[in-house]
Write a protein that binds this ligand. Structure first.
Ligand code: HSE
Length: 437
């Protein structure tokens, strides 16, 4: 049988990894796919730059449109990233009747609805396993392995750079900026590292997972996103002292009033498996009504780890080349006409418990004022810790854990406490999750 010809767009970290994996494991891959897969062409805008793979047998071009317009190519592998030229290329590839494999989370999270519709019209597939949690097959697990479940919630560490920073801060007391520079040097961070630190990268991935979990259209613009740049070393230590760890989580939860879709730093109990996922590793817990909690763990970034997901998608497409497009696994797990318009809840309606760090002046009655405000807003205190003033330039850090409360009440309480003369600094608030089964 003739080989299937693929064209790769972008020979950066993931593109080179894909060439290496496809080449090194070609025999095993052909045995699985039922056909040989040939890297027929590859495009990179800078062909003079040394690549992380052997390109001697590949027909190279610096114009990605050469690949999109090549009639011999059946599968286009988009590894350029971003929503500019990558979007244009993917649309043109679909219009030319090619299947697309992409690792581009921003593209899928922001434009997936229209791209899937176009792909469906043209009878082709867009596969995007590598867009979420790198090498972890989380899309396949949820879309196929959990197809019998009503998924109740999922929570994940889905940005390796952020997790690396928080781990190093906790384990070695290292400085935020210093750890970020190391993550960039290791090739984990996004081109714009604010995407990692401010949670945008995680929000892209969470948006995709939530759609697959709950059968809703992709709604990146409704995802609440808060980064880790305000987390101080003292918060990391306080959490530890109270039996928790701070993790930058993406959380999607189905409630009776809608779907919660949120990325933010979160205190989770130290004993949870997720609390022990360290460094650049990713992990996602998915709770299904039938299966209970399930955990998926692995490398969320890196050249060959991400290539592992890219190649799996290529194999899936090759296996299904001759099937009727209507009978393929739907892009978002649910049939396109069965997606539901369940509302995404605004953050003010989300119910969670909180860690509060309040720096106060050392005066009598300060704690009484704070607890009075919390009580007026119906907020129950779970634990309280007061630190020595001298360690904090004369200020007294008060650490509180609260019971669950609707976020709008907490917003009001924080505004009132910050208005007190005895509370000169803004309050640090970190949401908490028990992540119990
Ligand atoms: N910048 C991402 C991370 C790469 O650190 O996880 C994988 O999406």
């Amino acid at each position: 049988m003739q080989s299937v010809k693929i064209g790769i767009l972008g020979l950066g970290t993931v593109g080179s990894g894909t060439v290496n994996v496809l080449t090194r494991n070609s025999r095993e891959i052909s045995r699985r796919a039922g056909r040989d897969i040939e890297i027929y062409r590859a495009a990179d805008r800078d062909l003079d730059k040394p690549k992380g793979c052997d390109t001697s047998a590949i027909n190279l071009t610096d114009d990605a449109f050469d690949i999109i317009n090549d009639p011999d190519i059946q599968i286009v592998v988009e590894l350029i990233g971003g929503t500019g030229v990558a979007k244009e290329l993917v649309i043109k590839a679909i219009e030319n009747g090619k299947h697309v494999v992409t690792a581009n989370k921003a593209l899928i999270a922001m434009h997936g609805n229209e791209l899937f519709e176009l792909a469906q019209e043209r009878g082709v597939t867009i596969s995007f396993e590598a867009a979420v949690a790198g090498g972890i097959p989380i899309i396949k697990a949820m879309r196929e392995g959990l197809a019998g479940n009503r998924i109740e919630w999922l929570a994940g560490i889905i940005n390796g750079t952020g997790n690396f920073i928080l781990t190093e801060m906790r384990e070695k007391g290292r400085d935020f900026a210093d750890v970020l520079a190391e993550a960039q040097a290791l090739g984990y961070a996004e081109a714009d590292p604010t995407f990692d630190i401010e949670g945008i990268d995680a929000a892209h991935k969470l948006t995709i997972m939530a759609s697959i979990a709950f059968g809703i259209p992709l709604q990146f613009d409704k995802c609440y996103t808060e980064g880790i740049s305000r987390i101080a070393q003292e918060d990391v230590l306080n959490a530890n002292e109270l039996g928790y760890r701070i993790k930058h989580l993406g959380i999607a939860k189905k409630t009776t009033s809608g779907v919660e879709l949120r990325v933010h730093p979160t205190l989770i109990p130290q004993r949870r498996l997720l609390a022990n996922v360290n460094g650049v590793m990713n992990a996602v817990v998915v709770k299904g009504d039938a299966v209970g909690p399930t955990l998926y763990y692995g490398a969320g970034a890196g050249s060959e780890a991400t290539a592992s997901a890219v190649v799996a998608d290529i194999v899936d497409i090759v296996r299904a080349l001759t099937t009727d497009p209507e009978n393929r696994v739907p892009h978002l797990a649910f049939q396109p006409d069965a997606l539901k318009d369940t509302p995404i809840l605004p953050m003010s309606e989300v119910v969670t418990s909180y860690y509060l760090r309040i720096h106060t002046l050392d005066k009598p009655g300060v704690l009484a004022d704070i607890t009075r405000i919390l009580s007026k807003e119906g907020i129950n205190i779970e634990a309280i810790l007061q630190k020595q003033p001298e360690e904090h330039e004369g200020m007294v850090p008060i650490i509180m854990l609260t019971q669950a409360v609707i976020e709008k009440n907490m917003d009001q309480a924080i505004a009132q406490i910050e208005a007190l003369d005895t509370v000169p600094d803004s309050i640090m608030r970190i949401r908490m999750e028990s992540l119990g089964g």
